[in-house]
Design a protein around this ligand. Structure first.
Ligand code: PLP
Length: 669
């Protein structure tokens, strides 16, 4: 069995730093390389630090202070979390791939700033290339000469990529209304423009907020050229200024909706299991969390399409614009996969009724799993062919979701999660890069009205990256790290996919062993997986067999977790394994779903409450152990023939049975 994973041996520094020598060799090589590079930039200038400098007291003092602090830091860092080790199965992080780690460290010596090409002649192109690599992974079009070509860039993480999605959608959604208002102020009404080929003034605002990106681009172009014909090119700046003045980005949400009283504030529909960054994003953009609608999930913890239909119908019947529907590809808490294909199908149907919305996929966690679904020639793998390699994966729904990825408008994916590269490295991908002309910080008229900049191909404009994204200065080292990683391990089944296949196999082995464990201990402890794993994250709930109180179950589970959590007051070595936890909240799940899970756990429903009643203690949630099975060494066997999954399950069995017979503490932290 172990042989299967031999290919992984050179990938990481390793749990025992087994590859320290290669790592060190390369680092030393590139540090020296860097020093020579410095020396060769105007060597005729001579040194600024004289060779005698070290003889001075002040020099020695500084070095001493530096050393003292660095040694202190290095020793304190020994209390860091051992993410690299297969005994760590907590959060979404593991060991780092050597190519990306070394690229990051080495590039930091050059400190490129990827805000624009001026500060990053090398790494900015690498960032755009990393974006293209990721776009290829999800099946986006990447032919630069085609009308629709995708683009992607790195962000500090999934959070900011999610904000960017909202920022892009808003810029497009309300552009038409601004265009119409601007034309009115200039007493200009082009006769036959847009998808309905009618006068601009004849469009209702509802129609304008329900145009797709392609339609909006077309409308903008038509209005701009009509204006040019009517008033001549010299009047352009006036028109451009008028459009800019009417935009929601200029007026602010409040000013815009005050002016357009018939227009309602837009909603964003997300699955109830969504990451909290969406709430933050609604706040940051001033859209309001009240307009973030959480759609209930089904029994697989996936967004329920029937409930989504209901939410869409409610919104559209009330003429409330829907900015976007967000599907999650790999929920943070459960690793589950929303039905992306169904979200898209619904959009197709609503479009027939003149209602449109953006579709974004938050694949911060699950994005890289797309490598499992892609052949080296970029075609998609058939499910039947994939199934030969796994026991359960991928389910038909999961396969369909990955297949549908190429059709969504934008995607968040985090290289610093399942891409095994250092923080911080998230990514935002857009299917149609022309969207950037709606968010640029440059005066919009140059695009709207055919100014000289409009002639510059988008691919070139993007080298002024900071103009088109939320962030400013940003590390070129992150770009180098992601790019080199993808070059060494291409984003398909035979490259990166081989590594991730091991994580799915680890998950399948864990899943089956938990079922067996549940059977073995059923007279002492109920062991329940509330949702079947869609990917490589598995949650397990525990309840002593004779207990029916949710609060008592939660106290018991917290007591279990105490053994597996990082405690700053204890040496890490005393922990056998480190896991994480999550809570199923009363309001995340539909009624029938709570009921099912509570029944499986043997919990009396009456003890579950949405209100924090003191008498019921901590009974507004279900406390669950969460296991992220991404460590590459989980299936590596030791001499006793057991791998880390086997060992963990044994450990868990011993722990849950022992703890069930202990008096449970009445209160916890
Ligand atoms: C982790 C995660 C995020 C946030 O990403 P960061 O990189 O932590 O900013 C967003 N969405 C999902 C689904 C995630 O798993």
């Amino acid at each position: 069995m172990s042989r299967d994973i031999d290919f992984l041996h050179p990938y990481f520094l390793g749990p025992n730093a087994e590859n320290a020598q290669v790592f060190e060799e390369l680092l030393v090589e590139f540090v020296r390389d860097h020093a020579y590079w410095r020396r060769n930039f105007h060597p005729e200038d001579g040194p600024s630090v004289p060779a005698s400098a070290p003889n001075k007291d002040a020099y020695a003092d500084f070095v001493a202070r530096m050393k003292t602090e660095l040694y202190a830091l290095s020793s304190e860092l020994k209390r860091a979390v051992p993410f690299f080790h297969p005994r760590y199965i907590g959060h979404m992080t593991a060991d780092l791939l050597l190519p990306g780690l070394i690229a990051r460290l080495v590039t930091t010596l050059y400190n490129p700033n990827n805000v624009s090409e001026e500060g990053a002649p090398v790494t900015l192109e690498k960032e755009l290339e990393a974006g293209r690599q990721l776009c290829g992974m999800v099946g986006y079009p990447t032919n630069e000469t085609a009308d629709v070509c995708a683009w992607g860039h790195l962000t500090s993480g999934g959070t900011v990529a999610n904000y960017e999605a909202l920022w892009n959608f808003r810029a497009v959604k309300f552009y038409g209304v601004a265009l119409q208002a601007a034309a009115a102020t200039l007493d200009f009404d082009p006769p036959a423009v847009g998808p309905a080929a009618k006068p601009l003034s004849a469009y209702s605002q509802w129609q304008l907020v329900n145009l797709s990106l392609a339609e909006m681009i077309e409308l903008r172009r038509a209005v701009a050229s009509a204006f040019q014909e009517d008033r001549g090119p010299r009047a352009f700046p006036q028109f451009a200024a008028a459009v800019a003045a009417e935009r929601i980005e200029t007026l602010g949400n409040a000013g815009f909706f005050l002016k357009h009283r018939d227009l309602k504030a837009p909603r964003v529909l997300v699955s109830a299991s969504t990451h909290y960054s969406w709430e933050k994003g609604m706040k940051v953009l001033g859209l309001g969390t009240a307009n973030l609608i959480k759609v209930d999930v089904d029994g697989h913890m996936r967004l329920d399409p029937a409930r989504l239909t209901g939410c869409l119908t409610d919104s559209f019947e009330a003429e409330i614009p829907v900015l976007a529907v967000v599907g999650v590809l790999g929920t943070t808490e459960f690793g589950t996969i929303d039905p992306i294909h169904e979200i898209l199908d619904l959009r197709t149907r609503w479009r027939e009724h003149g209602c449109d919305y953006g579709v974004h996929v938050d694949a911060a966690w699950g994005g890289y799993l797309a490598t499992l679904f892609r052949n080296p020639d970029r075609t998609l793998r058939e499910r039947s062919e994939m199934r030969k390699h796994y026991k359960h994966f991928p389910s038909p729904a999961v396969h369909s979701s990955f297949q549908a990825l190429s059709e969504v408008d934008s995607i968040t994916v985090d290289p610093h999660k399942m891409g095994y590269v250092p923080y911080s490295a998230g990514a935002f991908l857009a299917r149609d890069r022309r969207v950037v002309d709606f968010v640029t910080q440059k005066a919009a008229y140059v695009f709207d009205l055919g100014g000289s900049e409009a002639a510059v191909p988008i691919g070139e404009k993007l080298h002024n990256l900071g103009q088109y994204i939320l962030e400013g200065s940003k590390p070129g080292a992150a770009a180098a790290s992601v790019y080199v990683t993808h070059k060494v391990l291409p984003l398909h089944r035979e490259g990166f996919g081989r590594l991730l296949a091991q994580t799915i196999k680890a998950c399948e082995s864990f899943y089956e062993q938990i079922l067996e464990l549940a059977d073995r201990v059923k007279h002492k402890v109920r062991v329940v997986m509330p949702f079947e794993p869609d990917t490589n994250l598995v949650c397990v709930a525990f309840n002593p067999a004779d207990n029916t109180s949710l609060a008592a179950m939660n106290r018991y589970s917290r007591a279990l977790f105490e053994h597996m959590k990082v405690d700053p007051l204890q040496p890490l070595q005393v922990k056998s394994f480190i896991a994480s936890y999550t809570s199923l909240l009363c309001d995340t799940l539909a009624e029938d779903q709570h009921a099912r899970i509570l029944d499986e756990l043997g919990i009396d429903h009456a003890t579950f409450t949405s209100l924090p009643e003191p008498s019921k203690g901590e009974a507004d949630h279900v406390f669950i152990l969460r296991h992220t099975l991404m460590n590459p060494w989980l299936l590596s066997e030791r001499e006793d023939g057991r791998n880390y999954i086997d060992r963990y399950v044994r450990y868990l069995e011993e722990l849950i049975v022992r703890t069930a017979s202990e008096p449970v503490p009445a209160t916890t932290e």
